[in-house]
Design a protein around this ligand. Structure first.
Ligand SMILES: Cc1cc2nc3c(=O)[nH]c(=O)nc-3n(C[C@H](O)[C@H](O)[C@H](O)COP(=O)(O)OP(=O)(O)OC[C@H]3O[C@@H](n4cnc5c(N)ncnc54)[C@H](O)[C@@H]3O)c2cc1C
Length: 503
């Protein structure tokens, strides 16, 4: 798929029923469902997907650092409506997921609906016309419904480190990896020990002359146990029933881990033991072990899976700096502990602008209110998808729609069902759909009550929690299947002021 194939020369006032922004799992998934629905009904599929990059894939297109992989097994971390028999491993690599998404776009007939190199810079609701007006540097679009599928981990975040501009070496973020970068003979600083840092370190340790790992707070790490599928297994998965059986097994196994997030003592004790035994079996040095022992409740931050992270830290060419990077002065990186490290390359594995999505600055709803203003105390939406004051806007993978214990794709698919129901309704009525503020408030109050006792609000600092309000705004504070039960079906009555359903 090349950029030239699917990039418009110019588009002025192009009109479609549904405009989707973003071609990751969410945007592409909706495109596939809309294509299939059009084929079933024989109606025209009036939608476009605007994607700022030059390929589909989102997360799995942008994150190409060595070791990048998913923590959810392949048979579950994929569309239920397009399963795949020949996953190479139990856990998919980033590259295999990217190939899967490309194949989906190609084979499901979505390519003609994709516009690459189209960065949405403005989207505003025109109340008189009952349409969204969307602008990109190349042109403008009008649409009845606007679907934000811009992702929650798509805007890399580099912390404001004093003196970083004076660094004479190379600086890069894991989400913008340069595969031509040669590390032999280089002294590398790795900033951050979240999921990406944990995945990248083994490669850096093998390749670089020396690695200094800046660890602000120690992660809990549990065994990964990945392996290649055998040919016999792949053969067995050619039977759709076998694939479904495997999906269900993985799904319910992941669901059974949710009581850990509720802080239930027995469940959390088991997880704690798994992490402790893993650390103790892989790190013999008591001082290093102590430095790698977290001081917050397990599960409060995302728990990385790795069999190679701890062994990499025991290598002679790796130094664990158990404090944050604070300052840079020329080639010297100065840690919170005061220690100074001379470096040639600085790699930031520091995550994304997750709680404050930059896209919210670009969207203006009824009465000229920007989404970022409506979200001034953190992201909020009714049913985790529709926003008061923003008619006909649907936010995928946004407020309280992620999980710490199960697959994001399951959540996205529940949201696709909701959107399809809403789009059907809009087609029938063509009357703007706007959720009453009272419904949004009531939904949020129920979420806040459910979140109060979870491990995510037990006191650690994490990107799941909005620092402005202290609210859990990223994660759904429940089982994944309850998200589908609660939010997987569009209900027009709530838009007319009917009481919201109990959770
Ligand atoms: C390194 C990494 C590992 C992960 N591992 C897991 C895991 O193990 N399990 C799990 O469940 N989830 C994981 N995730 C989360 C992952 O992001 C989601 O699972 C899922 O891929 C999100 O899909 P999406 O379509 O919502 O967003 P994305 O994949 O982020 O796609 C958003 C798209 O929107 C485009 N876009 C953004 N702004 C604009 C704009 N203004 N105009 C036009 N286009 C725009 C972007 O270019 C991008 O292509 C991981 C994320 C990362 C970064």
């Amino acid at each position: 798929m090349t950029a030239a194939e699917h990039e418009p020369e110019h588009s002025a006032g192009y009109e479609v029923d549904t405009l989707i922004v973003g071609a990751g799992f969410a945007g592409l998934g909706l495109g596939i469902r809309l294509r299939r629905r059009a084929e079933e009904t024989g109606a025209a599929a009036s939608f476009l997907i605007l994607e700022r990059a030059h390929d589909v894939g989102g997360t799995w297109r942008d994150n190409v650092y060595p070791g990048v992989a998913c923590d959810i097994p392949s048979h579950l971390y994929s569309y239920s409506f397009r399963t795949k028999p020949d996953w190479s491993h139990v856990y998919p690599s980033g590259a295999e997921l990217q190939e899967y998404l490309r194949e989906c776009a190609r084979e499901e007939g979505v390519l003609p609906h994709l516009r690459f190199g189209e960065t949405v810079t403005d989207a505003r609701w025109d109340a008189d016309a009952g349409r969204w007006l969307v602008t990109t540097p190349r042109g403008s679009y009008r649409a009845r419904a606007l679907v934000s599928a811009v992702g929650r981990l798509s805007e890399p975040r580099v912390p404001g480190i004093k003196g970083l501009h004076t660094f004479t070496g190379r600086v890069l973020h894991t989400a913008a990896w340069d595969s031509s970068l040669a590390l032999r003979d280089k002294r590398v600083g790795l900033v951050g020990t979240g999921s990406s840092g944990v995945q990248l370190l083994p490669y850096l340790a093998r390749e670089a002359a020396h690695v200094t790992v800046f660890q602000r707070s120690a992660p809990y790490v549990v065994p990964r146990g990945d392996r290649a599928y055998t040919l016999e297994e792949q053969e067995r998965f050619t039977d759709p029933l076998e694939r479904q059986r495997m999906r269900d097994e993985i799904f319910w196994q992941a669901e059974s881990a949710f009581p850990q997030r509720l802080g239930e003592p027995e469940a959390i004790g088991q997880l704690h033991d798994r992490a402790r035994v893993h650390l103790e079996s892989q790190v013999a040095d008591p001082a290093l072990r102590a430095a790698l022992t977290p001081d917050y409740e397990i599960g409060c931050k995302r728990v990385p899976l790795s069999d190679e992270f701890y062994p990499a830290l025991t290598r002679p060419n790796v130094t664990l700096e158990a404090s944050a990077l604070e300052r840079v002065d020329g080639t010297t990186a100065i840690a919170g502990s005061g220690a100074r490290h001379d470096l040639d390359v600085l790699v930031f594995a520091t995550g994304f602008h997750a709680a404050r999505p930059p896209f919210a600055d670009l969207v203006t709803g009824r009465d000229g209110i920007r989404l970022a203003e409506h979200w001034a105390q953190g992201m909020r939406a009714y049913a985790s998808i529709v926003v008061a004051g923003f008619p006909n806007l649907f936010v995928l993978d946004g407020p309280n729609a992620s999980l710490g214990h199960n697959s994001a794709i399951y959540m996205i698919e529940a949201q696709l069902d909701y959107v399809l129901g809403a789009l059907d309704h809009l087609e029938r009525t063509d009357a703007p759909l706007e959720i009453p503020r009272a419904a949004e408030d009531a939904y949020l109050a129920a979420l806040d009550a459910a979140a109060a006792d979870t491990v995510w609000l037990s006191g650690c600092t994490s990107w799941y929690v909005d620092e402005r309000s202290g609210r859990l705004t990223l994660l759904w504070p429940g089982y994944a299947h309850t998200f589908r039960e609660r939010n997987g079906t569009f209900d027009a009555a709530v838009f007319d002021g009917a009481p919201i359903p109990a959770r």
